[in-house]
Ligand binder design. Structure first.
Ligand code: NAD
Length: 206
């Protein structure tokens, strides 16, 4: 597969979301124009993105929704299950654990960790909270691929280091701090407050 720029990956994720909704509504075909409109990009951009992986559209009928959906799932690595651990079972960790839609794309929550002894041993959404001392063993035994970091800012780097040394290859970091990981590990920051700050900048009165 060609190296895909991260902006393209973000657009593919958007197309996937649109296609999943169309499939749910039992729409059988769509066009680059319709996808472009919903994704807020040009039809040329949609065609360019999709031809990177082969030509899927037919002149006249456009794209077959289920075929394109399956192809995008494959390209994005979403046609296999991914096993997830959450480190930090406070307000955010617990809210994520309660979120019902992970299964839609085969993201399976498999382990929860927290240093708070009052939380260790409790069960959240059917999974027992364990102490991070157990993390190296649990990651190997439950074949965890992805770690969510939902610890306070000061503990985020340590949480990342522990996940990486245990063999986790992807990290979604919700703590508002820059953490470093080795090149072979992929890190996605989710900075809700940075989004709010950008919003304040754009809507402030001149
Ligand atoms: P919280 O204080 O409710 O929970 C943090 C949890 O992490 C606690 O249970 C604590 O015991 C645990 N913890 C601390 N150090 C740990 C370690 N080394 N290993 C494992 N567990 C550890 O905090 P929160 O509100 O859930 O926020 C968590 C993180 O997410 C913070 O960095 C916060 O800035 C960020 N965040 C929170 C929200 C939100 O809406 N709550 C939104 C965006 C970002």
């Amino acid at each position: 597969m060609p190296a895909i720029p991260s902006a393209t990956v973000s657009r593919l994720v958007t197309y996937l979301r649109i296609l999943a909704r169309l499939a749910e509504a039992e729409v059988t075909h769509t066009s680059s124009g319709a996808l472009a409109k919903e994704a807020n990009v040009s039809a040329f951009q949609v065609r360019k993105d999709l031809t990177l992986f082969g030509s899927f559209g037919k002149r006249g009928t456009g794209y077959e929704v289920t075929t394109l959906l399956a192809t995008l799932r494959g390209i994005l690595g979403l046609s296999r299950p991914w096993r997830v651990a959450i480190v930090g079972m406070g307000r955010l960790g617990q809210a994520i654990a309660d979120y019902p839609n992970f299964d839609q794309y085969d993201f399976k929550l498999k382990a929860f960790f927290d240093t708070d002894r009052r939380k260790v041993g409790t069960v959240i959404s059917g999974i027992e909270v364990e102490h991070p001392d157990e993390l190296p063993r649990v990651v190997v035994q439950r074949e965890i691929d992805i770690g969510f970091i939902t610890v306070p800012q000061h503990a985020a780097q340590l949480a990342a280091d522990t996940l990486v040394s245990a063999g986790v290859r992807g990290i979604l970091n919700f703590a508002p701090t820059v953490i470093s990981v080795p090149q072979e590990v992929h890190l996605e920051p989710v900075d809700f407050l940075a989004g709010l700050k950008r919003l304040a900048f754009y809507i402030q009165k001149p």
